[in-house]
Design a protein around this ligand. Structure first.
Ligand SMILES: *Cc1c(COP(=O)(O)O)cnc(C)c1O
Length: 961
């Protein structure tokens, strides 16, 4: 039947583009016809302002097949040399339990979910995150923990900001950092302090007693492994009403007295070594714990316990009112995307091993360290400290020779110390590794007997008496049950079953771009050549990474129209921070340090004002007109009013209202005329790629959310990558890194993340996506994203008002459904509609952002027509249900909307007294019945949860009632 096709045509059947894009050609034609159009070109011409259309196609090459792309990437990966790492410094080799690797990290049921905004269909990952918080609370000894932050260094910077908020030493502007904290943490924290206008002193820890500080940061054990009591130091800070943060290590805490017992106010660190690969820097979850009295000032997300309508225990994100999307520039931090997937992995690791297993891992790690220390001592080598957990530091005049020998033996030791080398052990190390280390450091003839060292080590006291751990940890049943693989597998699956992810149905969250995360894109993430590199490995060993990242940067430069990229920020919000930092430095370099005003349209995402605040900018809000566009009169007026001090504008394009504003070029011009810079929020790049670009439009800097437009999955709330693109005049102000130089010329610039290339191990996802799509495919994706959104807007317009439209009544890649009129006429709210959608098997669109009382729908190009039609049908059916309430057929307090979502408990309720049938409740449409998704709890009471804040695992009995 295919006889008349050429070989080339037959091969094209294997084209990835048509797999990534949901609707096929015929369906696209059908959808275009619905819009009264005949071609995608026509749609684009109608929709996108003419003066921003790219004049030529992107230079990215042709689409490649999955087989060829992965083969090419594998070749690059093979150029990475995976040496055995003893570098430490916050990153440790470990074993990801295979049951977690395959069923969490590599499982779309976990990695394609979104931040649990709709908790009734997210109880699985909420439970897992609660376990994570409990684990952190237990190990640190603190009262409350969040889930989670981006990395250890930014967690330290957040701790500093929190110390400033909480300290009663209001007259002090000084923050103290002990000089034995990890160098990247010192650097990131100092960079942040400079922006906030704090003074920082970095000095030996015991000098804190001489300083009048609002806060201090110590590390325990310290960066070279030493353990000493910081109790009196913390006390001296407290005596001055300062707040103390302690960076620490979860595995070490199984053996050490908790920071809480030493008096710490905030405890932070990385959970990486709990089963998460090093990945050349990430992604990993940072943990952050504090005292109960500071809970309202805690940055990041906290999972809390509440109850549902039936009084059943249910989980949700607590204290949301502290967050950036509500409090904007007054928020505790700009953290939005965090590291949920990795926090889940760490929690599962603790559950799988349990307290006994973790204790064994810690003791074995420490035994090897002790044997190593004893061996060196026996050979007359001087140790830097007598006490340690896993890291032994020794003095040497032969550093270069030893490092060279280590290199020849394919092992990496920590080499950045003066006349000293540090060696960090971990759960993967063996006796054979130890023997090899002795040979490298002492020569082959060292003559040490490992069995003898083992015996001596049992007597050796590596932890001082007063710092031994005596308190219990992980005593909750969840950490003491799932130790066989069968049980673990079932526990993971039982949680997965409670969550709606992209492998069930479309998640049309506007501004979040929940598109396909193709399997081929995900596969390289767990290749050992990418997964097992330490971020501070010598750059010669990371040539594969270097090639891949350089090529990705080039592609992104082409896509954005900028001149340079910086791959360090771990989220969109961190990208905003890095971009504003570059703008500030640019102004300073021109003697314009007074320029500190940031214009932000009222429609902006909450991270924009929160980031501006972090960069010590003053936010001036620009109004929007009734069509949702920036009010040009107001902009002109405000830009002129503040001209002298104008730093920049932060603007999202297409606007967060889902419209291509006509005046975007003019907006850029006005800001430039007054000496300001343009920061274009790139979260909506999915409506630009191949059609226009921020650089082409006239912007100076943008972050790209690779976890939106470029296919990195959302992981249930992270990981993410928020690299920034800049025009050449800003390039000298991009972040660098204190341990690994990223750009030669920028060597003195401060870092914004712990690792030089952020979460490097997920960059292959975006690399594979671009390679598979090529220039044509990427443009096509944008076009179909716009088509899908316009199709939905057109089909739903007869049933709901569409709030904003651009030229020719077209929307961009998303549209806002206005539910306020219906609320006025029927009493049914956007919340009711969102929850009722669950009964129909869908995740709600973005609720009440950017406009309260609305839903913002972004289907993306990946959703096929049949799914889009199912969603439209569900929305129409819901509209008919609202009709019944309007007409009084159903009372406002007894209808399927206000009682949604419905659960199996409803189905078996003997006292069913609703005005509608059980069938309508749970199987409202044939499509919903055919592929039923069961919310596991009824609607959750948010107010109750915030009033009775509980952020640790409830006792088992409370589940039973
Ligand atoms: C998602 C988003 C952000 C923030 O990105 P994170 O990675 O979550 O920090 C910023 N601006 C807009 C418009 C967004 O949609």
């Amino acid at each position: 039947m295919n006889d008349n096709l050429s070989l080339l045509q037959l091969e094209q059947r294997d084209d990835f583009i048509q797999r990534h894009i949901g609707p096929d050609e015929a369906e696209q034609q059908h959808m275009l016809a619905t819009l009264g159009l005949t071609s995608l070109d026509e749609l684009i011409t109608q929709t996108v302002p003419k003066n921003i259309l790219l004049e030529q196609a992107m230079q990215l090459g042709d689409a490649q097949t999955e087989v060829d792309t992965l083969a090419q990437l594998k070749k690059m990966a093979n150029q990475n040399q995976v040496f055995n790492s003893y570098i430490g410094m916050g990153y440790y080799p470990n074993f990801t339990p295979n049951v977690i690797l395959r069923n969490v990290l590599e499982n779309p049921g976990w990695y394609t979910a979104y931040t649990p905004y709709q908790p009734e269909i997210a109880q699985g990952r909420l439970e897992s995150l609660l376990n994570y918080q409990q684990m952190v609370i237990d190990l640190t000894g603190m009262e409350i923990a969040n889930a989670s932050l981006l990395d250890e260094s930014t967690a330290a910077a957040e701790a500093m900001a929190m110390a400033k908020r909480m300290s009663k030493n209001k007259k002090s502007n000084l923050f103290f950092i002990a000089d034995d904290v990890h160098p990247q943490t010192i650097n990131v924290t100092k960079t942040r302090a400079e922006l906030f206008g704090f003074e920082v002193i970095v000095a030996p820890a015991d000098e804190v007693v001489n300083q009048d500080v609002f806060g201090a940061l110590f590390q325990y054990p310290n960066t070279t492994g030493n353990i000493y009591s910081i109790e009196t130091l913390i006390q001296s800070v407290a005596d001055r009403k300062g707040v103390t943060a302690v960076a620490t290590d979860l595995l070490a805490l199984t053996q050490l007295k908790t920071p809480a017992e030493l008096g710490a106010d905030i405890v932070l660190g990385s959970a990486q070594r709990f089963g998460v690969p090093m990945g050349y820097g990430g992604p990993h979850a940072a943990f952050f714990a504090t005292k109960d009295k500071f809970k309202r000032s805690l940055p990041g997300r906290i999972i809390g316990v509440s109850k549902d309508k039936r009084g059943k225990l249910a989980l949700r994100m607590a204290l949301q009112t502290r967050e950036q999307h509500i409090r904007r520039e007054k928020a505790n931090s700009n953290i939005c995307t965090a590291q949920v997937l990795l926090a889940n992995m760490a929690a599962f690791y603790a559950i799988y091993h349990g307290p006994k297993g973790l204790d064994m891992i810690a003791k074995r790690t420490q035994r090897l360290a002790s044997m190593f220390a004893l061996g060196l001592k026996a050979k007359g080598v001087e140790l830097a400290s007598a006490y340690f957990f896993d890291t032994v530091c020794f003095k040497t005049d032969a550093k270069t020779q030893i490092i060279d020998k280590a290199n020849a033996a394919e092992i990496n030791l920590r080499s950045d110390l003066d006349n000293a080398i540090a060696v960090s052990f971990d759960e993967t190390k063996t006796q054979a590794d130890l023997a090899q280390l002795f040979s490298v450091i002492l020569g082959d003839e060292h003559g040490l007997d490992l069995a003898e060292l083992d015996k001596q080590a049992t007597e050796y006291q590596a932890i001082p008496d007063n710092l031994q751990r005596e308190s219990d940890y992980l005593s909750h049943p969840v950490f003491n049950t799932h130790h066989s693989e069968t049980e673990m597998l079932r526990y993971i699956k039982s949680l997965e079953n409670k969550d709606l992810a992209l492998n069930h149905s479309m998640i049309s969250l506007g501004s979040c771009t929940m598109k396909l995360n193709a399997t081929a894109e995900m596969i390289p993430v767990s290749w050992p050549e990418f997964a097992n590199l330490h971020p501070f490995s010598p750059i010669e060993q990371a040539q594969g990474y270097k090639q891949m990242i350089t090529q990705l940067e080039k592609w992104l430069v082409e896509i954005t129209g900028y001149d340079a990229m910086c791959m360090q920020p771990n989220s969109g919000a961190q990208g905003e921070y890095a971009g504003l930092l570059a703008i500030r430095k640019y102004h300073e370099s021109r003697g314009d340090s007074h320029r500190n005003i940031c214009l932000i349209p009222s429609s902006a995402h909450g991270t924009n004002p929160a980031s501006a605040q972090m960069a010590s900018m003053k936010v001036v809000v620009v109004a929007c007109d009734e069509k949702g566009n920036v009010d040009m009169q107001d902009l002109k007026q405000k830009a002129a009013d503040v001209a002298e001090n104008l730093s920049c504008i932060m603007i999202t394009y297409p606007s967060t209202h889902g419209v291509y504003e006509q005046t975007i070029r003019e907006i850029c011009d006005i800001v430039h005329q007054h000496g300001g810079q343009v920061y274009m929020d790139g979260a909506n790049m999915n409506a630009q790629v191949g059609i226009t670009s921020p650089g082409f439009i006239g912007s100076d800097v943008s972050h790209l959310n690779l976890h939106k437009t470029f296919c990195i999955p959302h992981g249930g709330g992270g990981p993410g990558m928020g690299p920034i693109g800049v025009k050449s005049h800003l390039a000298p102000f991009l972040p660098d890194h204190p341990v690994v130089n990223v750009v030669k010329e920028n060597a003195d610039n401060g870092a914004v993340s712990a690792a030089p290339w952020g979460s490097a191990s997920i960059l292959p996802i975006s690399w594979v996506y671009i390679a598979l799509m090529g220039a044509k495919g990427l443009r096509k994706a944008t076009e179909v994203a716009i088509l899908n959104a316009n199709y939905i807007a057109t089909k739903l317009a007869d049933h709901y008002p569409i709030l904003y439209r651009g030229q020719n009544s077209r929307v961009a890649h998303e549209c806002i459904i206005d539910l306020r009129p219906l609320k006025a006429s029927s009493g049914i709210t956007e919340m009711d509609v969102a929850k009722r959608l669950m009964d129909y098997g869908f995740h709600a669109p973005t609720m009440s952002f950017p406009v309260a009382g609305t839903l913002m729908v972004e289907p993306t190009e990946s959703e096929p027509l049949v799914e889009i039609d199912r969603f439209i049908d569900a929305m129409i059916a819901i509209r008919e249900e609202i009709d019944q309430v309007e007409k009084g057929v159903w009372a406002l307090d007894n209808n399927p909307l206000v009682n949604a979502p419905h659960t199996m408990t409803d189905l078996v309720d003997e006292n069913w007294n609703r005005a509608y049938s059980r069938e309508l409740a749970v199987f409202p449409s044939p499509a919903a019945a055919a592929n039923k998704f069961w919310p596991t709890v009824n609607r959750i009471d948010d107010v109750y949860g915030d009033r009775n804040l509980i952020c640790s695992c409830p006792s088992i009995e409370s589940y039973v009632e």
